[in-house]
Write a protein that binds this ligand. Structure first.
Ligand code: HH2
Length: 265
């Protein structure tokens, strides 16, 4: 069985790699359906950018961006809502979302009340400040401990589908993100299904810079695929990506390779 592929749908003017491209309702729904045709298992609808330095979006505006798109897509595909606001998560669940993708790792009660799944992501600080010199003594240990504690709270509250996500690039320097990927097995060992989002992120641009100029976001496909494959091969059950078609192919290859290995054993 292959890992699940979550396609990113940013209904925002300012997301770091696709801001403004799917800001109108029609463009957003069309892109969501395009990702479904490409094999996305879940479409993740978000109305507030969480890129470093992003300004918060007011609740009425986030609702206006997200809810109609969730409503239009949920008859066609499983939809998650990418939000840190309880009210937006609740409204999206009412409109058909069955997974709350929560970068604040705090909305498990909304998921419990709605009878839907929940993704707890690790972040240090807020998007506005998170890249101001993040420090860890043991980044892997701190992230795993935090996520296990949040997952336990969610299970106790009655959420039956709990994913944990190390939050690549959220209050992390490039070396922190790489260390988390290298030791993903420690998060997988927590027993909760693991989701990973590396797609087009800036650490990929830094690792592949040319003369100290980071590779731009639209040239990070190879890095996105390499890290998605790494994550899946090391036990991630879901990857969150912008480039759905190539990632689905990669997931099929990784899944098949695993199955072939098992058959041969
Ligand atoms: N990354 C982003 C947003 N949401 N959710 C989870 N669970 N994991 C992630 O790694 C993650 C996430 C950032 O990517 P993107 O949505 O493309 O950008 P922006 O926040 O600028 O809209």
């Amino acid at each position: 069985m292959r890992a699940l592929v979550m396609g990113v749908l940013n209904v925002t003017p300012d997301s770091f790699s696709d801001g403004g491209r799917y800001f109108s309702h029609d463009a957003a729904v069309a892109h969501g359906l395009e990702m479904v045709a490409e094999g996305a298992d879940i479409v993740d609808v978000g109305g507030e950018s969480s890129r470093p330095g992003a300004e918060p979006v007011a609740e009425p505006e986030e609702l206006r961006r997200v809810v109609p798109v969730v409503e239009a897509l949920s008859p066609h595909v499983r939809v998650s809502v990418d939000t840190a606001k309880a009210s937006v998560a609740e409204a999206a669940v009412g409109a058909g979302a069955t997974l709350v993708n929560d970068i604040s790792a705090s909305l498990y009660e909304v998921a419990a009340a709605g009878g839907v799944g929940w993704v707890a992501m690790h972040m240090r600080g807020t998007p506005r400040t998170m890249q101001h010199d993040p420090q860890y003594n043991d980044v892997v240990g701190e992230v795993v401990t935090f996520l296990e504690e949040r997952a336990d709270r969610a299970v106790a509250a009655g959420v039956t589908e709990v994913w944990v996500d190390p939050g690549i690039g959220f209050g992390k320097r490039a070396e922190h993100s790489v260390t988390l990927l290298r030791h993903l097995g420690r998060l997988v060992a927590s027993g909760h299904p693991v989701m990973v989002g590396t797609s087009r992120k800036s650490f990929l641009g830094r690792l592949t810079d040319r003369e100290d100029v980071p590779l731009p976001a639209d040239e990070r496909l190879a890095g996105s695929l390499a890290t998605a494959v790494w994550a899946m091969a090391n036990g991630a059950g879901m990857v969150r990506v912008h480039d759905v078609a190539p990632t689905v192919h990669a997931a099929m290859i990784v899944g098949d390779a695993g199955a072939a290995g098992r058959d041969a054993a």
